[in-house]
Design a binder for this molecule. Structure first.
Ligand code: PMM
Length: 287
């Protein structure tokens, strides 16, 4: 497995696709418990995902769903930093899902060991220069614009080669800002300015994307393109997309994905181990 530079040793020692479990720290509309409730709920969820086999816990305080409105930087900091700090104190490996340099800096200071930027450095001009000063891997995702406008930006001649070209331009921008290219993980950004066929084409195009020479992260979990599979007569609701998500995990792992970002960790953790045993022709001496 090709790992990015700067990854903690315990993760770099793993010779398989890593599982990144998703913790979204967003207000719980069913509770009037306020901030502490949200923080405690996110910490509990992070611990539960780790117990289910997540290698990395990805903590985000801002929704990037299509149409989502941005939160303020203070709100994002208040949501994310206490959760990062506590889970890191537990000994877990934490990534911070943010487009803001200020939040990335505070999260790394609090113990995050990966910066996951869905905008690939485009949303905040301070992000790449900041990452250039940090010693952690940087997930650089393909992105064309914020959630309120991205559905109108899904125009491609050839989605795989266009995404590959745009990602390699972002690698150049990161390198110019003194980011060590060996620290970069690339992500095609499934669902971000892409329709369902674009997402499937990008999965099919993983071998082409791997030619960029960097580890790949795949974030397909529960996304809308998994709602309708061949032969389906009605779309599946988000929570009914987990089986499809785990099938994507197994196939992405078989195609050399460095990591998958998923909500339901347990079955994806099994899927990556199946892919590992399959590739190695054995399960490490197990009977
Ligand atoms: N998708 C979402 C959020 N963060 N980060 C990376 N690197 N890749 C993704 O595909 C990605 C991400 C949106 O999904 P969610 O709202 O279900 O978390």
């Amino acid at each position: 497995m090709q790992h990015p530079a700067g990854l903690p040793d315990a993760l770099a020692a793993l010779d398989r696709t890593l599982v990144m479990g998703i913790v979204n720290v967003t207000p719980d509309s069913f509770s009037d418990g306020g901030r502490f409730h949200d923080t405690d709920a996110a910490i509990a969820q992070g611990r539960a995902l780790a117990a289910e086999g997540a290698d990395i816990i990805d903590i985000g305080g801002e929704s990037t769903r299509p149409g989502a409105v941005r939160v303020t930087v203070d709100e994002e900091l208040a949501r994310v930093v206490p959760v990062v700090r506590r889970l890191t104190q537990d000994g877990l490996h934490v990534s911070v899902d943010t487009m803001r340099a200020e939040v990335a800096a505070a999260a790394v200071e609090a113990g995050a060991c990966i910066v996951n930027d869905v905008s690939g450095g485009l949303a905040d001009p301070a992000m790449l220069p900041l990452v250039g000063t940090l010693d952690v891997p940087y997930v650089l995702m393909h992105w064309r614009g914020h959630s309120d406008v991205m559905n109108g930006l899904a125009e491609y001649d050839d989605v795989v080669s266009d995404v590959a070209t745009e990602l390699s331009r972002r690698i150049d921008a990161a390198t110019a800002a003194l980011v060590d290219p060996h620290r970069i993980v690339l992500d095609p950004g499934l669902g971000f300015a892409k329709d369902a066929d674009h997402n499937w084409a990008l999965l099919q195009g993983m071998p082409t994307l791997r030619l960029l020479g960097r580890p790949l992260l795949i974030g397909a979990s529960r996304k809308r393109f998994l709602a309708t599979l061949p032969g389906d007569t009605a779309p599946r609701a988000p929570l009914a997309r987990d089986a499809a998500t785990h099938a994507v995990t197994a196939l992405a792992a078989a195609h050399g994905a460095w990591a998958v970002r998923v909500h339901d960790v347990q079955a994806s953790a099994v899927a990556v181990r199946v892919a590992q045993a399959w590739a190695e022709g054995g399960a490490g001496g197990a009977h």
